[in-house]
Design a protein around this ligand. Structure first.
Ligand code: ZN
Length: 398
């Protein structure tokens, strides 16, 4: 066998190892025979690959398969949750957050500190984040878990390939090599990624939330900024540049109020949390929380309800344009939009009905995110874990 044949064989085995692991992850406790059927691989090949995955502690045997046929009952396979964990990290305007998630999607550790990152340089915020996760990383290690990687969620335009934040208007950050800088303060070889927070929240919805029932949806998250993630056919859509999905900077009013991005009349300038608070006659987001806004709505405060109605209608207009363009079947409301969903839903649906051409034939479901505030960090961890499902051979054997 020549060297290139051997490489081809190794490459093929590596590829098949991923196929088998994903079949087990997506299946309902399948047997080896089920996996062979789904993947089209020979049963002896599957058995050998499953043995490899068990040795790597990615898969375990879990009693009898649910659909065992006549004869000896087949053994069910499922993902092994204990060994591999990934970290989701987030730096946002007023907090630092981390969460550790295992292959079964269980949160193994989490924490958050409130601090105003607008008042800090990127390197000070990144150092504070490194400090925040030092303890949890030690605890996970002591518990026998391997941290396979971490993803940092940021509220801005991010180049995930180069690990660079281009601009985060609400943080006042620009051109920061976040992956290199964080790697330097961590001082070890933890695999790091960075991505936009709304993209990561949409990724979390895909795996743990609305995406379980919808393969096409637009996730919109309202905070001080407004972001979106577009999931199309089960995959996050970023466009060729990787910068797609900037829903917050769609123009709704050409000469509307100024936006943090430098333009005017953007969705964010009209429906971001500060815009809503101003309209409701309340102090800015530095002094008023989204929770207080929900309480005011529950009390039936007229000015708050009126402000939410206007924001809902504006959001509906922008979402209708998006839905006309993308053909979306569902819209998932996250961030501060989630707790306000009971009041936002009606004006949004009204504008969708009025403006989406295909609505009578293909109505759009407006859903509330079940993941709420934790969506971005959860998606960040999920992205790092997906790397294992894409290439299980990247994990250690034995
Ligand atoms: Zn803007």
């Amino acid at each position: 066998m020549s060297a290139s044949d051997r490489l081809d064989r190794e490459g093929m085995r590596r590829h098949n190892l991923g196929l088998v692991l994903r079949a087990i992850a997506d299946g309902d406790r399948p047997s080896r025979t089920d996996v062979a059927l789904v993947t089209g691989l020979h049963k002896t090949t599957v058995s050998s690959l499953v043995a490899d995955l068990i040795e790597r502690e990615l898969v375990c045997e879990a009693g009898k398969a649910s659909n065992g046929t006549v004869g000896r009952p087949a053994v069910a396979l499922e993902l092994a949750g204990d060994r591999y964990v990934a970290l989701g990290l987030e730096i946002n305007v007023d907090h630092l957050t981390y969460t550790a998630v295992d292959l079964l999607g269980r949160v193994r550790d989490q924490g958050s500190v409130r601090q105003d990152n607008r008042a800090r340089s990127p390197s000070r915020s990144l150092s504070a984040l490194a400090e925040l996760i030092a303890g949890p990383r030690n605890r996970l290690k002591e518990a026998g878990a391997i941290v396979v990687g971490a993803t940092l969620a940021l509220p801005g335009l991010v180049d995930p390939r180069d690990g660079v934040l281009l601009v985060a208007p609400n943080l006042g950050w620009r051109d920061v090599a976040v992956v290199d800088e964080l790697q330097a303060v961590l001082g070890d070889d933890l695999t790091l990624r960075v991505d936009n927070e709304a993209n990561l929240a949409a990724f979390a919805e895909r795996w743990y939330g609305a995406g379980r029932t919808h393969r096409d949806f637009v996730y919109v998250s309202g905070y001080i900024g407004v972001g979106a993630g577009i999931v199309s056919n089960g995959v996050l859509h970023r466009g060729e540049t990787g910068f797609g999905g900037e829903f917050g900077h769609l123009t709704v009013e050409a000469e509307g109020p100024p936006c943090a991005c430098g333009s005017r009349g953007c969705v964010e300038a009209l429906v971001g949390l500060d815009a809503l608070l101003r309209r409701a006659g309340k102090p800015s987001s530095a002094e008023t929380t989204a929770h207080e806004l929900v309480e005011a709505a529950q009390r039936g405060e007229p000015r708050t309800l009126e402000a939410i109605e206007v924001v809902g209608a504006t959001l509906g207009v922008a979402l209708a344009s998006t839905a006309n363009l993308l053909g979306s079947r569902a819209i998932v409301l996250g961030g501060y939009f989630a707790p306000l969903c009971p009041w936002l839903r009606a004006p949004i649906e009204r504008e969708l009905q009025r403006r989406v051409l295909a609505f009578p034939w293909s109505p759009i479901e407006v859903m509330r995110s079940e993941l709420a505030d934790g969506a971005a960090v959860l998606g960040a961890a999920a992205l790092a874990l997906r790397a294992i499902l894409d290439d299980p051979a990247s994990t250690p054997t034995g």
